[in-house]
Write a protein that binds this ligand. Structure first.
Ligand code: FRU
Length: 629
């Protein structure tokens, strides 16, 4: 799925199942969406910065043309004279980057007007008449969601179109993994936060569903969580799905919603908000505490660098019990906390995830965590012998943020997913139809470090084994020195693959693993990702400074470093390459490293060398990733 240039029926054959399902769910057909058709749409320019769009025809969608470099216009949707909703849109002025759909079927038989207030710097009312937005606005029964992006991942979750940030409200029920996400349905930059919804039976192939929770009078819908109310504590019935999220208007407050159709649609609690504070707080994450028989909720007290702990008997009345924070990494804001227990050495320990931005280990967004105990009221972190609370990172790359876990996952699993980007450049990465993917799903575990601390590791979820194909290269035991041993990466799916190996580096100063492209023109320099294992320093370094496109942000070219938590001078690696990302799991997940890359052509070769000395490579496997097409 490297490049799908022309939108024909044949391109559908190339799509992975995810995208096919997307097509089914939205019942869209392949059609040209660039046709200039204003039939059924009357546009009136009423004032210098105010135009009215009156829908006179009958169709499923109004397609709005977007130009990303333009400021947002305010669009008030007026149905039969009443304000139905307001959203923000970068309405095209002199070029059309892409179209976004607004579904008008709920208003069939009613008068519908879009009152558009733009910020364009116009001087007369005549000016808007020539703007691209007005000549390209169209009514259509279809909206084309066939992938048009070179950098859309093959086996990672992405939105059909539009901007996505944090994963939200994940729960598992009856064999289905539900994933909601921060979504802008009206453009590929952050705005209009809404909960998009996808589901999967295998954490790899995702079906897309209609919007789950939309902005209302209290504000847009920021991040939050879901849980199943097994005991009907809230009165919405046994096993009702409860969502809690931040309503973000002029200020932030916490709201409740419930679903009686397994998370497909939500009813907003009429007495919202259920938590209001006199300061910025967001991203409620709640769970039923079996020990206390009450609900607990953690909330990011963003600017104070605290996590506030609440409890409730019924999900509607919450009492603050404690605050934990002002320790660990405290730059930027604290966001998206998660608190859960993990088995450890015959007992349990609690892990508190705290996403922060900026202040991550390599600039911008990052995810720190604390290990400790929780009694239903207070989180008590483990300390070092001298009483200090160590800062620990869950991922040593630049592109894993807003990580949270699924509730009610089967077999005592604690499965996580993160937003695979970084606030430093998320809005500038070279995609348009959609922006951002989620990381691969991962399983949390705890392990004892040599320093006596307890650390959290993350392993790729077992479902990923099912999509790992038969290796195209397998080498059980060989020596590398200088020059490098070279292996080809699979051609299928443009080099998308999984590479595993065990390295014995006792006789090496360093082991270098380099992914390279073969440039089309011989004179061009290959693009590279250089990964280096230093057995003495026990570090693993990922250098993407020559990895491909990187001039969209000064913060993108980067080198990231992880401690390897190795036993001796050995390292095992499990590397997942997708179209625009590389996720490295080292030493069975003791460290994880997630980095985006935008090679102009797929990496097609891996070179392994030990420039000084030699290293033994055991169990090298290069396997294609095959998603069910
Ligand atoms: C984290 C975050 C959250 C907030 C959401 C808004 O990336 O800033 O704190 O709820 O994004 O989209």
């Amino acid at each position: 799925m490297w490049l799908l240039p022309i939108l024909t029926i044949n391109t559908m054959d190339l799509l992975n199942k995810t995208t096919k399902k997307i097509l089914l769910t939205f019942a869209v057909a392949v059609s040209s969406m660039t046709a200039i058709a204003t039939e059924g749409v009357e546009v009136h320019h009423l004032g210098i910065n105010n135009s009215h769009v009156r829908v006179t025809g009958d169709a499923r969608y109004v397609l709005f043309p977007v130009q990303e470099s333009i400021d947002d216009a305010t669009v008030n949707v007026i149905v039969d004279g009443k304000l139905e909703k307001t959203f923000y849109l970068r309405l095209a002025k002199n070029k059309v980057d892409y179209m976004v759909p607004f579904d008008i079927t709920p208003y069939r038989g009613h008068n519908i007007i879009f009152d558009v207030v733009s910020q364009h710097d116009r001087t007369t009312v005549r000016e808007p008449k020539n703007e691209a937005g007005w000549s390209h606005i169209a009514l259509s029964d279809t909206f084309n969601t066939v992938n048009r992006e070179k950098y859309r991942p093959v086996y990672h979750h992405t939105p059909l179109y539009g901007w996505m940030n944090d994963p939200n409200g994940m729960f598992y029920k009856d064999g289905v993994w539900h994933l909601y996400y921060q979504w802008n349905p009206y453009g590929s930059k952050w705005q209009n936060m809404t909960w998009g919804h996808s589901t999967s039976k295998d954490l790899v192939n995702w079906e897309h569903h209609p919007v789950a929770i939309e902005p209302n009078g209290l504000g847009t819908v920021f991040s939050g969580s879901c849980a199943i109310d097994h005991n009907n504590t809230a009165g919405y019935g046994k096993d009702a799905i409860i969502a809690m999220y931040t309503s973000a208007g002029a200020s932030q407050m916490q709201s409740l919603a419930h679903s009686n159709d397994d998370g497909e649609t939500f009813e907003i609690y009429a007495a919202n908000p259920v938590i209001t504070l006199d300061s910025e707080a967001r991203d409620p994450n709640f769970f039923f505490n079996e020990t206390t028989g009450e609900w607990n909720l953690v909330l990011a007290h963003a600017l104070e660098h605290e996590v506030l702990v609440f409890s409730s008997p019924d999900l509607k009345h919450w009492t603050q019990k404690s605050a934990f924070g002002k320790v660990g990494a405290c730059e930027g804001v604290w966001e998206c906390p998660d608190l859960f227990a993990i088995d450890f050495e015959g007992g349990k320990k609690w892990v508190l995830l705290v996403n922060l931005n900026p202040g991550g280990p390599f600039g911008g967004s990052g995810i720190q965590y604390f290990v400790g105990d929780f009694d239903g009221t207070t989180f008590t972190p483990d300390t070092d012998a001298d009483g200090t609370i160590p800062t620990k990172w869950l991922d040593y790359g630049k592109d894993n943020y807003a990580v949270v876990s699924w509730s009610d996952a089967p077999s005592n699993r604690r499965t996580l997913i993160g937003w695979m980007s970084n606030w430093q450049y998320a809005a500038d990465v070279p995609t348009k139809q959609f922006r951002s993917a989620n990381t691969l799903p991962r399983e949390v575990f705890l392990f004892a470090g040599k320093d006596g601390r307890v650390y959290a590791g993350t392993k790729p979820s077992p479902e990923l084994d099912a999509i790992t194909g038969k290796p195209i290269a397998k080498a059980m035991n060989f020596t590398v020195g200088n020059p490098a041993r070279t292996f080809a990466l699979p051609e299928k799916n443009d080099g998308v693959c999984r590479i595993t190996m065990d390295i014995d580096a006792r006789k090496a100063a360093e082991v270098r693993i380099v992914l390279t492209t073969t440039p089309e023109k011989e004179k061009d320099t290959p693009e590279k990702v250089i990964m280096t294992y230093d057995p003495e320093a026990q570090t693993f370094v990922f250098d993407r400074t020559e990895s491909g496109l990187d001039n969209f942000s000064i913060d993108f070219p980067a080198t990231t470093v992880a401690p390897t938590f190795s036993d001796g001078e050995r390292l095992s690696l499990d590397i997942f390459i997708d179209t625009s990302s590389i996720e490295v799991f080292g030493n069975d997940g003791r460290f994880a490293m997630t980095n985006l890359v935008f090679p102009t052509q797929p990496y097609d070769t891996i070179e392994i060398s030990a420039p000084k000395g030699y290293a033994r490579i055991e169990n090298l496997k290069i396997s294609p990733i095959t998603v069910n097409n």
